[in-house]
Design a binder for this molecule. Structure first.
Ligand code: ADP
Length: 432
């Protein structure tokens, strides 16, 4: 303003001087010309200003005369605001990313328990879809009377465990509400399905072990009590010997269960064992000798073993898997049946160990469950032959630890083939 006034005053002084020198009309004409020029310049600056206002990101136009002093600080302020906004956005993005990365689900709810925001994990846990469920009441999404009671009771120190079914899949979700901010609520969810499953497995396992040990223990105790209560000379010697043999059998069965349990626990708790090139043909031969002794000439044994084919692995573990498959073949194959043992290399360089029998076979519905601990397809025969129900569970662990695959093919009443398929990376040769 001061600049404009001084320019107009200067123009007046120049016009008066010219008027006094060349006549008043020249003076007035000069003054009018200067004013007109000033109006034109101002109009041009106004246009430039309007253009700049439309894109405030660009610096203000240069040579704006009296506007320069106003525009420069406005532009500086705008620039600083933009930088502050960018910093804020970055912080916000960081917080959102951290909330997304949370292993737990998080849903923010307003005062009326309407969904404001949630992370991806919460979407999976609760079947939420933020695009359609934002501003919807959480009670319309989580249609559970237990959750409604929990939310209303406001006793939120303890979480609530809900069993939700999503796309046919049952999930155990732990939910906890917490108030925050100005009357808002945070709903945290945690998937407990796996933990619950493990807990059930643990309980089942303890129950199974107790049950498995209780039977032989009861028999053993029965005999011992009988022997204790009877006068020493009242029992014929043959009967005493028979009792002792039966007691020994039960004790051996308990020992077998404990030994298999220890093997399983070692396999489950230890990292993969040290490996070496194992002459698997020798391991198979040794197991075959033991099983032939067990078979006592009742079965026909056929072998098809590549002596040159070795395997990189843990020898004791491999011996246990091979022994289990061969023992089972003998156990579940009636007299005069044939047991064929093969160890060979496949065309693609991988190797297969297989045991084929002409035994009792397995019903299709039992096959997927055979490697579960204590699962028996034929309970009577397993117990009668001293089976622990843990052999195939041990075998499965060994197979997994060798990156191999266990295949079971069987026809009920017609025999079974159990094969372990080892990857070619584990194959070695005798001459290596
Ligand atoms: P077990 O000690 O009872 O043999 P396993 O874990 O070795 O336990 O085997 C689990 C079950 O699988 C056995 O109880 C039996 O019913 C079935 N099974 C295993 N091998 C054979 C086989 N070769 N033929 C028929 N059934 C088998």
């Amino acid at each position: 303003m001061r600049k404009t006034l001084s320019t107009v005053s200067l123009a007046a002084v120049v016009a008066i001087a010219l008027g006094m020198w060349l006549g008043p009309s020249i003076g007035w004409a000069t003054f009018a010309l200067i004013l007109l020029t000033m109006v034109l310049i101002s109009g041009n600056q106004h246009q430039k200003f309007q253009r700049w206002v439309r894109d405030l990101n660009a610096p203000p136009p240069p040579s704006m005369g009296p506007w320069d002093d106003v525009l420069a600080p406005i532009y500086r302020k705008l620039k600083q605001n933009r930088i502050d906004l960018q910093t804020l956005n970055r912080h916000l993005e960081g917080i959102m990313m951290a909330a997304e990365a949370l292993p737990d689900g998080a849903v923010t709810l307003d005062q009326n328990m309407n969904v404001q925001w949630c992370n991806q994990t919460a979407c999976q846990h609760l079947g939420l879809n933020l695009a359609t469920d934002r501003h919807q009441s959480i009670f319309n999404i989580l249609r559970s009377p237990e959750f409604a009671d929990y939310a209303q009771d406001k006793a939120w120190e303890q979480p609530l465990l809900l069993h939700l079914s999503q796309r046919g899949r049952e999930r155990a979700i732990l939910l906890q509400l917490t108030p925050y901010g100005l009357g808002q609520f945070l709903l945290v969810s945690r998937d407990m399905t796996q933990v619950e499953k493990l807990e059930t497995t643990r309980k089942d396992f303890v129950a199974n072990v107790s049950h498995e040990l209780r039977t032989p223990l009861t028999v053993l105790l029965g005999f011992l009590e009988t022997l204790r209560d009877m006068p020493a000379d009242s029992l014929p010697i043959e009967q005493r010997v028979r009792y002792e043999e039966m007691m020994l059998e039960q004790a051996q069965h308990m020992q077998a269960i404990v030994s298999d349990l220890l093997t399983l626990s070692t396999l489950e708790s230890s990292p993969s064992a040290e490996t070496a090139a194992v002459p698997l043909n020798c391991v198979i031969e040794q197991a075959l000798h033991r099983v032939q002794a067990l078979s006592n000439g009742q079965h026909v044994f056929v072998t098809n073993i590549d002596d040159n084919l070795w395997l990189e692995g843990a020898e004791t573990e491999l011996a246990s898997a091979v022994g289990n498959l061969l023992t089972n073949a003998a156990r579940y194959t009636p007299k005069d049946g044939t047991i064929t043992t093969s160890w060979f290399m496949n065309e693609d360089g991988s190797a297969t160990f297989s045991v084929q029998d002409t035994g009792i076979g397995i019903a299709p519905q039992d096959i997927p469950r055979l490697t579960e601990r204590f699962y028996r397809a034929d309970k009577g025969r397993s117990r009668a032959t001293g089976g622990t129900g843990l052999g195939l569970a041990i075998t499965r662990h060994v197979v997994v630890r060798h990156q191999a695959e266990l295949n079971i093919k069987s026809r009920y009443g017609a025999g079974s083939t159990f094969s372990i398929h080892f990857p070619k990376e584990r194959v070695r040769f005798a001459k290596d």
